[in-house]
Design a protein around this ligand. Structure first.
Ligand code: HEC
Ligand code: HEC
Length: 317
C-alpha cells in the first residue's frame, strides 16, 4: 500500500468515526426518553402488583371506586394525571410545580392514610407495611393512569386465588375496617378537593389560550350549592358552613354528594324517620358500626347536631 492510499484509508476511517459520534449525539435525547419510558413502565407494573394486593378491595379493580361499586373514592382519577413530554393526548406536559404538588399530595395520603376515615396508614415510617420505594411505585401508577396494568394483574391473580372480597363482604365484616387515628399533618377530605377535582386538560387549555398568564382559571371547583332553603344551608358548624363540615368529616363514609359509601346515603328521600332518631345517631354513634359519636360535648354542640340533621333532611345535594 503506498502512502497516498494509506492517507485515504485514514481519512475514510476518521470520517466513519466522526459519523458514528454524530449519530450518537443526535440520538442521545431519544435514548434518554426511551430509558425514562422504560422506567415509568416498570414502576407502574410494580405499582399495579401492590395495588391488586392491597388497594382493590376498597378502591375497585379499575380504581373507579363507587362507579364500580367500591366503598372508597376513585383513584383512577384524571385529576392525578401528570402529562409527560410525549403524552398520548398530544398536550403540553404538566408543569414541574403542578407535578410536584400532585406527587406530594398522593405520597402524603398514602404514607399517612386519612385520619378519621378507613384509608389506612401505608408508610413504613408511620408504622405501615409499605416502603418509600413501594409507595413511589403506587404514585407512578396513579400519575400515569395505568389501571390497564392493574386490571391485567387482577385477572392473572384471580385465576389462581380466591375471588376478591366483594363490597358486601367488606361491609358485613365490620372488624375488617378500622378508622385511621394517626395524624401526620395529612390532607383531609376538604383540603384534598383541590387535587381530586383538578382538570389536567383545562389546565393546559388555560396556559395555551393565554400564554404567560397562568393565574385565574375560571373553573370554580365548588359544587354549585343548592338554592337557599330557609337558611339550613347557611348554618355554621364548628365555625364553617355545614356543607364544608360534612365534606371534611362525614363524606369519607357517606359520599361527597351524600350518595353513600361505607355508610348509608344521607338524602332527604332516605331520612324518613323523625329527627330525633338521627340526632341520637349523631349524638351517640351506633355501637358496633363505624358511625361514631359526634355530639354532646367538645365535638359538636346540641345545636350543631340539630343543624346538621335539619340540613341533611331538607337540603338536596
Ligand atoms: C367512619 C365512617 C363514618 C363517618 C366518618 C360518619 N358516618 Fe354516619 N354512619 C356510618 C355508618 C356505617 C352508618 C350506619 C350505621 C348502621 O349500620 O346503623 C352511619 C349512619 C349515619 C346516620 C343514620 C342514617 C340512617 O339512615 O339511619 C346519620 C344521620 C349519619 N350517619 C350522619 C353522619 C354525619 C353527619 C357524619 C359526620 C359528622 C357521619 N355520619 C360520619 C359511618 C360513618
Ligand atoms: C379499607 C379501605 C381502603 C384501603 C384498603 C385503601 N384505601 Fe385508599 N382510601 C380509602 C378511603 C375511605 C378514602 C377516602 C378518605 C377521604 O374521604 O378523605 C381513601 C383515599 C385514598 C386516596 C385519596 C383520594 C382522594 O381523592 O382524596 C388515595 C390516593 C388512596 N386512597 C389510595 C390508596 C391506595 C394506593 C391503596 C393501597 C395501597 C389504598 N388507598 C387502600 C379506603 C381505603
Amino acid at each position: 500500500m503506498n502512502t497516498s492510499k494509506q492517507v485515504n484509508v485514514m481519512i475514510g476511517l476518521m470520517f466513519l468515526v466522526a459519523l458514528f459520534f454524530a449519530v450518537n449525539v443526535i440520538n442521545e435525547p431519544n435514548r434518554a426518553d426511551t430509558a425514562r419510558h422504560h422506567q415509568t413502565e416498570t414502576f407502574s407494573k410494580r405499582g399495579a402488583e401492590i395495588y391488586v394486593n392491597n388497594c382493590r378491595n376498597c378502591h375497585g379493580l379499575e380504581g373507579l371506586g363507587p362507579e364500580e361499586g367500591a366503598i372508597a373514592p376513585k383513584v383512577n382519577n384524571p385529576a392525578f394525571l401528570i402529562l409527560s413530554e410525549d403524552n398520548k393526548y398530544g398536550l403540553p406536559p404538566t408543569s414541574e410545580g403542578v407535578a410536584l404538588g400532585i406527587r406530594s399530595f398522593l405520597t402524603t395520603t398514602l404514607e399517612c392514610g386519612r385520619k378519621g376515615t378507613v384509608m389506612p396508614t401505608w408508610g413504613e415510617k408511620y408504622g405501615g407495611p409499605l416502603s418509600d420505594q413501594q409507595i413511589s411505585y403506587l404514585v407512578t401508577l396513579m400519575t400515569e393512569g395505568r389501571f390497564d396494568l392493574v386490571v391485567k394483574k387482577g385477572y392473572e391473580h384471580d385465576s389462581h386465588q380466591n375471588p376478591p372480597a366483594t363490597r358486601e363482604d367488606i361491609l358485613s365484616d365490620g372488624t375488617g375496617l378500622a378508622l385511621t387515628q394517626k395524624n401526620c399533618g395529612q390532607y383531609d377530605a376538604l383540603t384534598a378537593r383541590e387535587y381530586r377535582e383538578r382538570d389536567p386538560f383545562a389546565e393546559v387549555a388555560v396556559s395555551k389560550d393565554s400564554p404567560g398568564v397562568e393565574t385565574t382559571s375560571s373553573s370554580d371547583a365548588t359544587p354549585s350549592s343548592s338554592p337557599s332553603s330557609g337558611g339550613a344551608d347557611d348554618a355554621l358548624v364548628q365555625g364553617i358552613p355545614v356543607g364544608d363540615y360534612f365534606l371534611s368529616l362525614c363524606a369519607a363514609c357517606h359520599g361527597p354528594n351524600r350518595e353513600g359509601l361505607v355508610g348509608p346515603a344521607l338524602l332527604p328521600s332516605n331520612l324518613v324517620e323523625p329527627d330525633q332518631i338521627y340526632i341520637d345517631t349523631l349524638h351517640n354513634g351506633r355501637a358496633g358500626t363505624l358511625m361514631m359519636a359526634y355530639g354532646g360535648g367538645p365535638v359538636l354542640t346540641d345545636d350543631e347536631v340539630k343543624s346538621i340533621v335539619t340540613w341533611l333532611k331538607t337540603v338536596e345535594p
